[in-house]
Design a protein around this ligand. Structure first.
Ligand SMILES: *Cc1c(COP(=O)(O)O)cnc(C)c1O
Length: 331
């Protein structure tokens, strides 16, 4: 990946003249089955660009209450762009079209945009059923809303189910994907959709200050990741399940290993949840880096391409030691 970046041919992407960025955008659009794609520096900017194109100030965006667009991007979407959220309750983040329809009727709102996240970050990488996503697309169309898919980890959903990324993407008007999460590129995301959408998205990206210059160096890393790092995601998923099973055996956590289908492992302290920050700190000292995340008493662990089987076993040993140090050995 570093060699591809060093050798990348570049141009001024602000004017659409960087051949490496163009190639990445074309390959991404092809994998997603969309007419076009636009390279953006972060997934957050990709989502914001979609919001800017699909909606106008005062418009309502309907989405699960735990969605990244709310938990992380609210200051951009509400604060800067002046859109409003209609919070919905999904099943581990996954929206059901009938439930959404009833909620919209009950609150008497007409959203301009519906948003879904696949896989769902704050619910240990839960995966959308393809038919459920299709129904959401149909519902959005029937109420005159645009449907945006936050696919920061769409590659993980695909690897876990065998459903092509393009099949998920086909449900939505626009889709955001990250090269920088599971795929392991240092920087970069994309938004994809119709050619008309991407033309407007290019202008919206400029508004956010995301029009970059000789960015082919970065795009080359993303292109390498797109080509070479998708097939290996199943290894991350297998290791995440193994980690979840090991955590369940430690007796200190609420966790259902069967809910771990992709690369995100989330657990909650079974007792003394206020000690989770100390647990995270202890785990780090023992050599396993995890994150206090998902509310009080919860934490998240991620498997990724820099963690092999031996690393994972070392992490499990470290976490076991941290459990003993934090909560003592179970009696
Ligand atoms: C990480 C993430 C994003 C945003 O990506 P950044 O590159 O960190 O801005 C968007 N949606 C979800 C679900 C994510 O996990």
């Amino acid at each position: 990946m570093r060699r591809a970046m060093a050798e990348a041919e570049v141009g001024d992407d602000y004017y659409g003249d960087d051949p490496t960025v163009r190639a990445l955008e074309e390959e991404t659009a092809e994998v997603l089955g969309k007419e076009a794609a636009l390279f953006v520096p972060t997934g957050s900017m990709g989502n914001e660009v979609a919001v800017a194109v699909h909606t106008k100030p005062g418009d309502v965006i309907a989405l699960d209450a735990q969605a990244h667009m709310i938990t992380v991007e609210e200051r951009a979407v509400v604060g800067l762009l002046r859109r409003r959220f209609q919070e919905l309750a999904g099943d581990r983040g996954r929206l059901d079209a009938q439930v959404v329809q009833r909620a919209l009727e009950a609150h008497d709102v007409r959203p301009a945009m519906l948003e879904a996240e696949n896989t769902f970050n704050r619910h240990s990488g839960s995966i959308y059923d393809l038919d459920a996503l299709r129904s959401l697309g149909a519902l959005a169309a029937s109420v005159g809303a645009r449907f945006h898919l936050d696919g920061a980890r769409l590659w993980n959903a695909s690897a876990a189910t065998g459903v092509p990324a393009a099949s998920y993407a086909a449900c939505a008007d626009s889709v955001m994907v990250c090269y920088s999460k599971g795929l392991g590129a240092p920087i970069g995301s994309a938004v994809a959709g119709s050619a008309a959408f991407v033309k407007e998205a290019r202008s919206a990206r400029r508004m956010f200050g995301g029009g970059m210059r000789q960015v082919g160096i970065v795009a080359a890393g993303a292109r390498h990741a797109l080509r070479h790092h998708r097939d290996r995601l199943v290894d991350d998923h297998r290791r995440a399940r193994r980690l979840a099973e090991a955590l369940a055996e430690m007796g200190a956590f609420q966790i259902d290993p069967l809910e771990v289908e992709t690369n995100i492992v989330m657990a909650r302290a079974a007792r003394q949840p206020d000690r989770v920050p100390a647990f995270v700190e202890s785990a780090s000292r023992h050599g396993a880096r995890i994150l206090a995340f998902g509310g009080p008493g919860a934490f998240r662990a991620i498997t990724h391409l820099d963690v092999d089987d031996a690393d994972l076993e070392r992490a499990i040993v470290a976490l076991r030691a941290a459990v003993a140090e934090t909560w003592g050995t179970p009696s």
